[in-house]
Design a protein around this ligand. Sequence first.
Ligand code: E4P
Length: 218
Amino acid sequence: MKFFIDTANLKDIKEANDLGILDGVTTNPSLMVKEGITGANNITAHYVKICELVNGDVSAEVIATDLAGMIAEGEKLAALHPQIVVKIPMIKEGIKAIKYFSDKGIKTNCTLVFSAGQALLAAKAGATYVSPFIGRLDDISTDGMALIDEIRLIYNNYGYKTQILAASVRHVMHIINCAKIGADVITGPLSAIEGLLKHPLTDIGLATFLSDYQKGNS
Ligand code: E4P
């Protein structure tokens, strides 16, 4: 399973990358604004900085919602760096744009996916990644993980190559359950990724080993 970090914060990206397990980055317009990155030039410069930090796919989201606008914006984003993946919303024009980019060999990430039907369309259009938002479904008392399960089944039935990028991951159990189901990628904040490291018995065991060593070697 690939690990992407879902942030535009360069410090967090570097920290996850330094762990040696990072496979890519996802961003969205809200995450950019959260870091104070505004204005087209600053945003594109920031994408390039992210690409230079990590060795993997970096999703950059289009703002346009019409086909011509998404194509123009996506082509500019894709030209920024070979690691850029054009992130396109799951709307009618978005499906057309994904098909366009797929035919041109440009990688896409179909975002804001909340149903199996949407995921099926994204795969048919040739999306490289589909991003079902688990956490936001959980927020409205719907089982986000059940959606990952459904999409896995459908993609397996037909051998679709579109990678399931489980997004809106909030905590460790989301990651573990995605791994059990067989999601191809998860994207979440640094806290969720680092959460995998933690177990109280590890801390207690290490403290005991170190204190026993000190006793025996002093
Ligand atoms: C996915 O690519 C999105 O950026 C993201 O995972 C949204 O997550 P959120 O629901 O935590 O905002």
